[in-house]
Write a protein that binds this ligand. Structure first.
Ligand SMILES: [Zn+2]
Length: 103
């Protein structure tokens, strides 16, 4: 499980969310919606914030959910972070879009 942010902890522990999540997982036959491997986590397409955490149209709406495997979930959340860390480790993209040492 991903670490829930403080404001979302109560929500993620709620019976309503657990019921919503398991009925959603059943509705997609337990498979990742992107690659059809066994799923891992129910992702909120519109991310939860302190402003919408009490809004069931966001938090408990099946239309706002997507069931993902670990890889697809990480790709969703880490895409921008990975792009940054690739350059952090001493690499950069040259003008052909290739990753090259930044020395
Ligand atoms: Zn997947």
């Amino acid at each position: 499980m991903e670490l829930a942010k403080e404001y979302a902890r109560e929500f993620y522990n709620s019976t309503l969310w657990k019921k919503c999540k398991s009925s959603y997982i059943k509705s997609v036959q337990g498979l990742c919606e992107r690659c059809e491997r066994p799923g891992y986590i129910v992702h909120h397409k519109k991310g939860l914030t302190p402003n919408n955490i009490k809004d069931p149209d966001i938090t408990l709406n099946h239309n706002n959910l997507e069931y993902l495997c670990l890889d697809c979930h990480n790709a969703e959340h880490d895409f921008n972070r990975e792009k940054r860390s690739a350059t952090k480790k001493g690499y950069r993209f040259n003008d052909k879009g290739e990753l090259v040492p930044s020395t």
